[in-house]
Each structure stands twice: as structure tokens, then as C-alpha cells.
Design a protein around this ligand. Structure first.
Ligand code: ATP
Length: 412
């Protein structure tokens, strides 16, 4: 039996370690066994930071959580209905759940859940590297529970499913496998890759919300383009929509996107969808149940893409560029500027993003009324005309704007 107590000492903050030890003692006093499980065990062994601590107790998580909150003085939120509890300590979140077994009635269905032992709880997990636990009970503190040889797979840098039906039971694991593979610089183990290729159509059994969630997780990774490229090579991306491509173009655009602003999943998604037709886009939005702001934004990207030729005129005035782009979200404009091949179109889009969209006239409605302009649609038109004049650099100061308004009023 391997013991990771010294690794825990070395890699976890003392205060957290004391909390975990206390949790193990309280559990033992209640006759329950407690384990640290999942991603945090993987990352502890790899020496990667992870602030999400998942604890699994063989017994009753809410009972342990209440007693542990009393013993530690920490605040806890208990969800009795789900048999779970959550401690928050600064950036750290510590989830406590009851060990459970899961069975799937049909592919993609939510599993039937029953209380179980740590072995059952590890068996329901996605990959061997995520199916390890560390005992926290005082007598066995630090002992590694590793029924699927996750530690060896970590050493050999392999992503391995636990059984042949894993992707059939829950095809979101197909996307998860690629995410871990690229994040960690690992490889799919041979049989896992074969099954993934054979069973990729099981993604059809997964709801739009769940697929979208996995896609969002992919887009939050440091280099999502690597995962999307791999998804194309394995034919997984095409399962989401046959026209999606994760090739070199996308990687280059993602790189450029990161150069101009912090990583933005909505911008990544806009670029991923950029090469679809509006009709294909609609089908994908429906499949992924993308609604609200994000859906509007993605539709705008393709609508603006269709309008881009009107931005190709080098003589287009600044106010004309502004008028054309004002209806579109900054994300849609940014996506089009990254995606467009035409230097002139790109320079107009960038001009809008960096300058024009921030331009304001000095005078407002109140000012104009003070100068004798009547409230009403005429006032709105003057404000618009002032903004255009400012955009086109005919006026720049308040005095020049006032003079222009006076001239208009005289001409009326
Ligand atoms: P990350 O670093 O991406 O947060 P994580 O391993 O903590 O990785 P979570 O998505 O938070 O991942 O899930 C926690 C654990 O739950 C995983 O380590 C894995 O053991 C298990 N798990 C999550 N999703 C699935 C799934 N679809 N099928 C089986 N097990 C899963």
C-alpha cells in the first residue's frame, strides 16, 4: 500500500492539512471512513495546484459535516436532499459527499444512485487517474486507494477508462478525455482511444446542456485549440456538427485572440462557429441549447460576417464605420476582426473597437435645450449629427460643437 502522507505534508498548506486531519478524526469517532478523492489526488501526485477538494465519506456526509463544523468552527452549507455539504475557506472549496454507487439504465441517462463504499465510488468515475482516493482516517492517514492503477497511468501519462461501457454510460467522458489528455500532455491509452473512436456517436445520447457545459470547460482550458484539434482528428467535433473544424486556422485565431485580450470563452466559441453558415449555426445552437446573450452574440457574428464586404471601402468615413458596427457586440466585432483576411476590413473593425465606440459628443440633451433646442425627435437628430461630426473630426471641443449647433439653429 502506497502512502502519500509525506506528499500531503509537502504540498498542502499546514492549515488545510490540520483541517483534513481533524475531518478524519471526527469521521472515525462517528464510525465513518473518510477519503480525499478525484482530481485533487491526481494533482497532488502530479504536483499541480488544485483548489477543489472533494471528500467522500463511507456513511453519512451531512452528519459528518455538522459535527466537523462544530469541531473546527468552520461554516458549512449542507444539502440534505443530495446528502452533500460544502465548506468554503477563502479560494478553497471543500465538498463532502456520501460514497455512492451508480448504475445506468440506458446510455446518457442520469445514473441511479445508491450509498456505497469507496470502491463503488471510485468505480463510477471517468478515468483511472481520477479514480484514486487518499484515506484520511487517523489509522490509515495518507494511504492511497488505487484499484485501477491510476498512479501507474499518471507515470505513463495515460488517460484510461475504467471499463468497456464507460463512454456508452456517459459520453461526456469522450470530451473530458480529450480535455485531460491535452491539459496534462498525456495520451489516450490504446483501448480507450479505440473505444472512443468506435463509440463517439454516443454523444447523441447527451443533452445539449451537458455537451455545452463540457464545451465550456474545454474553452476555459489554457489552450483549447489543442483539444478542438484533437477532437477533429478523432471525429468527435464532427459529432457535434459535421461542418465544425478544429484545424490550424482555428489555432492561429485562438493565439491571436489571447494576444489582444484575456482568454474569453465567448470569443473562442465565436471563432469556432465562424466558418458555419447561418443555417448550420442555428442547428448547432439548438443542439447545444445555447440561448440568451450568448446565442444572440453568436448569431451576430455570422450576420456581421455577411456585412463585412461593406467595410472594404478604404474611403468609408469614420461615422459610416460606426453606424455599421454599432448594432454589434464587441465580441462579435472582435471575432470578425480576428477572422477576416482583408487588412482594410480588419483595420476598420479595429478602429471601431479601439476608438470609435468610445467617442461621445461634448454636448448632451440638457445642453441643447439650454441653447433653445426643443425636446423631441429633432433633439435626438441633432445629438446624432453632433456625434457624427465628432466621429468624422469636424469638431473636437465643446465650443466647436456649440458653434455648430448655433449654425444649424440659424439655418432652420
Ligand atoms: P478539474 O481539474 O477539471 O476540475 P476534476 O478531476 O476535479 O478536474 P471535476 O469535473 O471537478 O473534475 O470532477 C471531480 C471528479 O468527479 C473527477 O475527478 C472524476 O473522478 C469525477 N467525474 C466528474 N465527471 C465525471 C463523469 N462524467 N463521469 C465519471 N466521473 C466523473
Amino acid at each position: 500500500m502506497q502512502n502519500l502522507a509525506s506528499k500531503m505534508e509537502e504540498r498542502l498548506p499546514q492549515e488545510l492539512l490540520s483541517f483534513l486531519r481533524l475531518a478524519g478524526e471526527v469521521a472515525q469517532a462517528q464510525g465513518q471512513k473518510l477519503y480525499l478523492v478525484g482530481g485533487v489526488v491526481r494533482d497532488l501526485i502530479l504536483g499541480r495546484p488544485n483548489l477543489d477538494f472533494d471528500l467522500v465519506v463511507e456513511g453519512d456526509a451531512p452528519r459528518l459535516a455538522r459535527q466537523l463544523a462544530r469541531a473546527s468552527g468552520e461554516k458549512v452549507v449542507v444539502h440534505h436532499r443530495f446528502g452533500t455539504a460544502k465548506f468554503h475557506r477563502g479560494d478553497l472549496s471543500i465538498d463532502l459527499v456520501t460514497a455512492r454507487s451508480e448504475t445506468y439504465s440506458r446510455p446518457g441517462a442520469l445514473p441511479k444512485v445508491e450509498p456505497g463504499e469507496i470502491g463503488d465510488d471510485l468505480f463510477r468515475r471517468d478515468f483511472s487517474i481520477n479514480a484514486m482516493a487518499i484515506a484520511l482516517s487517523p489509522a490509515s492517514l495518507g494511504e492511497l486507494v488505487d484499484p485501477y492503477r491510476g498512479r501507474v497511468d499518471l507515470e505513463q501519462r495515460l488517460i484510461r477508462i475504467l471499463h468497456q461501457r464507460s463512454f456508452i454510460d456517459d459520453a461526456t467522458r469522450i470530451l473530458r478525455a480529450l480535455r485531460y489528455e491535452q491539459r496534462l500532455g498525456f495520451q489516450l491509452e490504446e483501448a480507450t482511444e479505440r473505444l472512443l473512436r468506435e463509440q463517439k456517436s454516443m454523444l447523441d445520447t447527451i443533452s445539449g446542456d451537458r455537451i455545452r457545459h463540457e464545451l465550456e470547460l474545454i474553452l476555459k482550458e489554457e489552450q483549447p485549440e489543442r483539444i478542438l484539434y484533437r477532437a477533429e482528428i478523432l471525429g468527435v467535433l464532427q459529432e457535434l456538427h459535421p461542418s465544425l473544424k478544429g484545424n490550424g486556422w482555428l489555432a492561429e485565431k485562438f493565439h491571436q485572440a489571447r494576444r489582444i485580450s484575456p482568454p474569453d470563452p465567448a470569443l473562442y466559441l465565436s471563432l469556432l462557429l465562424y466558418r458555419l453558415t447561418e443555417e448550420e449555426n442555428e442547428r448547432l445552437l439548438a443542439r447545444l441549447n445555447i440561448v440568451g446573450e450568448l446565442g444572440r452574440n453568436l448569431r451576430q457574428v455570422l450576420r456581421l460576417k455577411a456585412e463585412l464586404p461593406s467595410l472594404a471601402d478604404p474611403a468609408l468615413p469614420r461615422s459610416g464605420i460606426y453606424r455599421l458596427l454599432k448594432p454589434y457586440s464587441p465580441t462579435a466585432v472582435t471575432a470578425c476582426s480576428l477572422a477576416s483576411d482583408s487588412p482594410i476590413i480588419r483595420s476598420h473593425l479595429e478602429l471601431y473597437l479601439n476608438d470609435l465606440r468610445y467617442v461621445k459628443s461634448c454636448l448632451d440633451g440638457e445642453h441643447l435645450m439650454g441653447m433653445g433646442v426643443m425636446a423631441g425627435p429633432g433633439l435626438g437628430r441633432i445629438l446624432e449629427a453632433l456625434l457624427e461630426a465628432k466621429l468624422d473630426e469636424w469638431v473636437s471641443t465643446k465650443e466647436e460643437e456649440e458653434a455648430m449647433v448655433r449654425q444649424w439653429l440659424e439655418e432652420l
